[in-house]
Write a protein that binds this ligand. Structure first.
Ligand code: NAP
Length: 283
């Protein structure tokens, strides 16, 4: 029976480190700050970002939620981003996704200054990650690597299979695994016979957005299985992995909720702290 990788076991240490970094900057007269632009009126999106803001404030950050009516359009959001880019008081900028479909997502995300791009969506930051010199690493990808490392999973030389090729999870985590000398395969919806790949995985990272799609037959005996999925089914949150079916076969497995997602917010604020340090150096 596989052990459960509980993120909560090391969140306290991470919170202490981040909180300490925040206090050091405050003692130099700078309060690290994040501005989140939330377009539209989706109550669930607002709840998500309010919870995130709450955690940031708890850690000592100044967090501002800038709610924008979805009728304003891309041009106004771009103007807001330019103002935030120019403000010395703003260290990190984040745009809530998904944006309403009439918005030009790419130009909005790419307008954020690479120095304040704490989600690491800017081509400059993606390029830095690709060449192995990351400045900001997307928070979920960082969380996945942190879980593997904290549970002593050897990455070097292992077969790592990532199911999902999103810019926010699949591609960056594949990149980080490759940099740690895993042999990496990225699968997606057009992959033929997915099972032939996943069954070879010593490390299986699943970020598909398909509830319980990965069942025991997809998993190699003894694999470390990281489930990134967050799916809302009948009032419950479930992952992309059939936890109960897969656990007996895996050596390690993340729960949903309680796994990757727990760390993602902390990793994001660690990126904000880094952005704040860079900002202070520039001032
Ligand atoms: N825990 C966290 O911190 C966190 C953070 C971000 C996202 N998430 C969750 O993770 C899940 C995935 O989100 P995401 O943004 O990474 O991905 P996404 O943009 O939703 O895309 C899903 C990916 O899965 C692939 N896929 C879909 N069906 C597949 C199938 N049957 N076989 C193989 N591949 C398939 C897609 O392939 P194509 O590219 O070919 O379409 C795509 O690359 C969601 O549930 C999301 O809520 C969690």
């Amino acid at each position: 029976m596989g052990s459960i990788m509980e993120a909560s076991l090391f969140t306290r240490k991470l919170e202490t480190e981040i909180g300490g970094g925040v206090q050091r900057l405050k003692s130099q007269g700078h309060t690290p700050s994040l501005t989140v632009i939330v377009v539209g009126n989706s109550p669930s999106t607002m709840v998500y970002f309010k919870n995130m803001a709450h955690k940031g404030v708890e850690l000592g950050f100044y967090v501002e939620l800038r709610k924008v009516d979805d009728s304003v359009g891309s041009a106004e959001v771009l103007q807001l981003i330019h103002r935030l880019n120019d403000s010395n008081d703003v260290d990190g900028i984040l745009v809530g996704l998904p944006l309403p479909k009439e918005y030009d997502v790419e130009s909005i995300l790419h307008a954020i200054s690479p120095d304040k791009d704490v989600d690491a969506f800017h081509p400059f930051n993606m390029g830095q990650l690709m060449i192995g010199k990351p400045r900001f690493i997307p928070a979920t990808a960082r969380s996945i690597i942190a879980l593997l490392e904290n549970y002593g999973v050897r990455i070097q030389g292992k077969n790592a299979v990532v199911v999902g090729r999103s810019t926010i999870v699949g591609k960056p985590v594949a990149c980080l695994l490759l940099q740690r000398d895993a042999t990496v395969t990225i699968c997606h919806s057009k992959t033929v016979d997915l099972i032939n790949y996943t069954r070879e995985a010593d490390i299986l990272v699943v970020s598909m957005g398909r509830p319980k799609a990965i069942t025991a037959e997809y998993v190699k005996e003894g694999a470390a299985v990281i489930d990134v999925g967050i799916n809302h089914i009948e009032g419950k949150i479930v992952g992309d992995v059939d936890f109960d079916g897969v656990r007996p076969k895996a050596s390690l497995i993340t729960p949903v909720p309680g796994g990757v997602g727990v760390l993602t917010t902390l990793m994001l604020f660690d990126n904000v702290l880094k952005a704040a340090r860079l900002n202070v150096e520039r001032l």
